[in-house]
Design a protein around this ligand. Structure first.
Ligand SMILES: Cc1cc2nc3c(=O)[nH]c(=O)nc-3n(C[C@H](O)[C@H](O)[C@H](O)COP(=O)(O)OP(=O)(O)OC[C@H]3O[C@@H](n4cnc5c(N)ncnc54)[C@H](O)[C@@H]3O)c2cc1C
Length: 434
């Protein structure tokens, strides 16, 4: 018996023991689609998606005949998304070693590193001493987390966040991961930092060292769909439409009936044994107990273009600065065409000038890139993935109060897609639905 036949056998056996349930998933993003695929082996699953297409934030935006990613959207090869892909699905992707860099410009001084995708600083003896005396706070908010770093770091990080117009006291400290400021790296004194990290949990948590210093064999393997995510999700629909009911253009409203959640789809009220709500929970919570989430939006302008020539493939860089509009650059390939995405703050006057500046900075640090300016286009992305301290409290309280209902507890306060999926899978296993 081959392994796959064996696995099918185990699944069939499990299927007999497990009573098939009627489960619905609100949201057809990568989280909803991956969960639907896993759950449909044992249960009757329906996905409801508000938009005309599946994909969520992975949906590319189209301009004229071109289409572009909304930001730096590759998938980690170790992700549960990949783990649950069929061979056919995985064949739709290409695998690459993800390379990255960090560009920093504070007080007019530039610092560049290929070793990190987090802010980097240069150390002298005085600063090294300050690093050692970093102090842990209660981490009640993002401001407190930033202030755990000595002044020469925290003052610059505050300037970076100020540029984004964020109120640091209003946000939970975990929001640092949304902006890749979870740790800080250095361009020198790496062995000293490695030693500090091994002796202090706090310093280990605050500071990064290059990954290859941790593990010689470390390579970051990632994947991107050869023909783009839109095609991937279209194929997902074709492949699974017999096993999973997929209902699009359906903006689901919640209806709480004592401790039972029902959903309203175009004025029809429907009952499910279990509901997995991967989409924004604002109405879900408001309907339950009247609590209103802050749902703070971040506006990011995506500038995209086709690339005429470049000496780099699949390369991204984080930009940390007190004055630059650019936040992140991603060079990638879809449909055999090289493309560039430049994420920046929305208040810019001339996108061509911003793109030219990005190319100028890249070329200074060894990335030769020529953009086809005729294809240059912009997309204003409004994201609701920041969590205020108030929202965290409301969500945690809501999750506690609804634990015995037919709604599965959800990781709305988490950012990373792998973290989210792992949380759901764990919950589903605990409820013996997987
Ligand atoms: C620009 C950007 C870049 C990111 N980059 C990374 C990264 O590099 N690595 C990482 O780990 N994480 C990243 N994240 C975070 C990560 O993508 C998210 O945490 C999450 O995994 C996105 O997938 P999702 O399916 O959970 O949500 P989404 O993609 O947002 O999908 C949710 C879907 O639910 C639908 N929906 C919402 N409400 C309803 C409703 N009431 N009825 C019906 N449908 C509804 C929406 O239309 C949407 O399609 C990024 C996020 C953004 C915004």
């Amino acid at each position: 018996m081959t392994i796959s036949q064996f696995q099918v056998g185990v699944l069939l056996q499990k299927n007999k023991i497990m009573k098939r349930k009627k489960i619905c998933i609100i949201g057809g993003g990568i989280t909803g689609c991956t969960l639907a695929k896993i759950l449909s082996r044992f249960h009757n699953v329906t996905i409801f998606e508000r938009k005309p297409n599946l994909g969520g934030i992975l949906e590319e935006y189209k301009k004229k005949n071109n289409f572009y990613l909304r930001g730096c959207q590759y998938i980690d090869f170790e992700s549960p998304i990949v783990k649950f892909m069929s061979k056919k699905e995985l064949n739709e992707f290409y695998v690459f070693n993800q390379k990255y860099f960090s560009f920093n410009k504070f007080n007019n001084k530039e610092l560049f590193s290929k070793n990190y995708a987090v802010p980097v600083f240069l150390l002298d003896k005085e600063k090294l001493k300050k690093i050692k005396s970093s102090k842990k706070s209660k981490r009640n908010n993002l401001k407190e987390k930033i202030e755990e770093y000595p002044d020469f770091i925290s003052l610059n990080l505050k300037k970076f966040y100020l540029k984004l117009g964020l109120n640091l006291e209003e946000l939970t400290y975990e929001n640092c991961f949304n902006f890749q400021t979870g740790k800080i790296g250095f361009t020198n004194q790496i062995d000293k930092i490695k030693e500090f990290k091994s002796k202090s949990k706090l310093l280990d948590d605050l500071y990064a060292i290059p990954r290859k210093k941790l593990d010689d064999k470390f390579v970051t393997k990632s994947i991107l769909p050869k023909k783009g995510f839109n095609t991937f999700f279209e194929n997902f629909e074709k492949q699974y439409s017999k096993k999973i009911k997929i209902i699009k253009k359906s903006n689901i409203r919640p209806k709480w009936d004592l401790n039972n959640l029902k959903i309203i789809n175009n004025s029809e009220i429907i009952n499910f044994d279990k509901i997995v709500w991967t989409g924004n929970p604002t109405y879900l919570i408001k309907e339950f107990n009247g609590n209103k989430l802050n749902s703070i939006p971040t506006k990011i302008l995506q500038i995209s273009a086709d690339v005429v020539s470049s000496n780099k493939n699949n390369y991204f860089g984080q930009f940390y600065s007190d004055e630059l509009e650019i936040l992140r650059v991603f060079i990638y390939k879809l449909n055999k065409i090289k493309k560039i995405n430049i994420e920046c703050i929305p208040k810019i006057k001339d996108e061509k000038k911003v793109a030219l500046n990005a190319c100028k900075i890249l070329s200074k640090y060894g990335v030769d890139i020529k953009i086809n300016f005729e294809t240059l286009s912009c997309f204003l992305d409004v994201r609701f993935n920041l969590i205020s301290t108030n929202d965290k409290r409301i969500i945690e309280n809501f999750n506690k109060k609804t634990i015995k209902t037919n709604l599965l507890n959800s990781p709305w306060i988490l950012y990373g897609r792998d973290q989210k999926l792992n949380y759901y899978i764990e919950k589903l296993k605990r409820e013996k639905l997987l």
